[in-house]
Design a protein around this ligand. Sequence first.
Ligand code: SIN
Length: 542
Amino acid sequence: MSLTFDILVIGSGIAGLSFALRVADRYRVAVVTKKEKIETSTNYAQGGIASVLGPDDSFDLHMRDTLQSGDGLCHADVVEMVVKNGPARVQELTEMGVAFSRGQDPSAPFDLSREGGHSRNRIVHAHDMTGREVERVLVSMAEAHPNIEIFENHIAIDLIVECHLLKRGLLTTRKRERCWGAYVLDTRGNRIITFHAKNTLLCTGGAGKVYVYTSNPDVATGDGVAMAYRAGAVIANMEFVQFHPTCLYHPHAKNFLISEALRGEGGRLLDKRGHPFMEKYHPLKDLAFRDIVARAIDTEMKQSGDDCVYLDMTHHEPDFLKRRFPNIYEKCLTLGIDITREPIPVVPAAHYMCGGILTDRHGRTSIDHLYALGEAACTGLHGANRLASNSLLEALVFAHNTAQDLLARPASADDSYLLEVPRLEMPKIADSSEMVLITYNWDVIRRLMWNYVGIVRTDARLQLAQNHLAQIQREIDEHYPNISLNSDLIELRNLTTVAEIIVTCARKRLESRGLHYNVDHPQKDDAHWCRDTLLRLDEPAA
Ligand code: SIN
């Protein structure tokens, strides 16, 4: 079966939906999403959107904080563009009906909170459920738009690009690489659909599931980065994996974040004996940049042998905590932790990919007619360490820029994207004995990445990880054509690719900077490494 749209958007978070809504009056848009439409990282974002909205704030201060966090690798022009666009994008969301929290002062439009690395209160939020509120509005508007069709339970398998077509003999000459859409598995209908599209957007979010401990939902398997890589796109800076310092530590809590906004409200990190420890690590103490806080917690846990540290909020009135953090309060209470009376057990966990598919200021990738937005992209904003709450902002600004780019183009007669492409056939035989390959390797990769490619790295561990991953990749390549295609297998293939990309990028960078800390190269080396790490398929290995 094949379907044709003007634009194919893969992913239904803030990047994909806000883009789709901007272009849908002119273009027919398919939004493909692998689970239910709200099951996105956006939906779980607690903190908020950083933007210059307070009377004591300025663009210069937000830019300075972002650049400092990025540790020399942010692209200053992109930082300026994103920061300056922020207030307008937040205003648009309020006009669409997003209900951001208001403060005590009824004349102030927003209650602005603070997170690590911000020198001012500038996080606009909806209590501690900002992403859920934004997603609610975007989904309802997208559903109501006649030109947007949402395909739930459809997982993209691969992009339709020249290099894949050349391999199958469908094209004989190679021009500049371009994308014509994607092959997509309808997981309910158990069939592969060929989506033809003049333009394709990868808005697939992050890849936190590559680590055993993550704040991300199950969908965060790096599908966009893996597909783009296989298609020959340039990938950048994947060694910069942000570990959020505070995820809930409890045997029955899966991936639950304890927002940095708690530390913004004066929360203090304590060791098991109740001693604060962040003053040992940075003058900003509990509100230092995330790489510093996560490494400090990792050090404390390794030194003490404790399973977790604690975040204490008990200095606040219970009513304040229940009003400001209703979601976190309720979740902890269901697990027997009353945050108004006792400190919260927390551990660091993989949270955000600062690298991704390299794009320009309009979301364009190195492949024609292929765009990337949101966490899947590497735009130059985050550098070596993303400043908290800059990611929803980035998604909004780049969705706007990409839409402007596409809307400004004259209608073209180019209909080559309608070319006949070979159907992808479902493998006929479901070899159930091989299904163990999926579950076993899924587990191995996530533990391997946590132990060898985590907060603190060494050359030897990175080398070991690369060897193990190469073996797993070989097994997958061997068995992939024979196992009945399903979303677990597609995700495993993508996770393995993303894990290999992270390790390759980490091995290339022979220094420590931002989120990449290697004890064999503990210093920052501006003379050689003040630049992005770029990677593309078929490049010789490190
Ligand atoms: C948080 O609420 O701590 C997460 C915010 C972010 O990662 O930007």
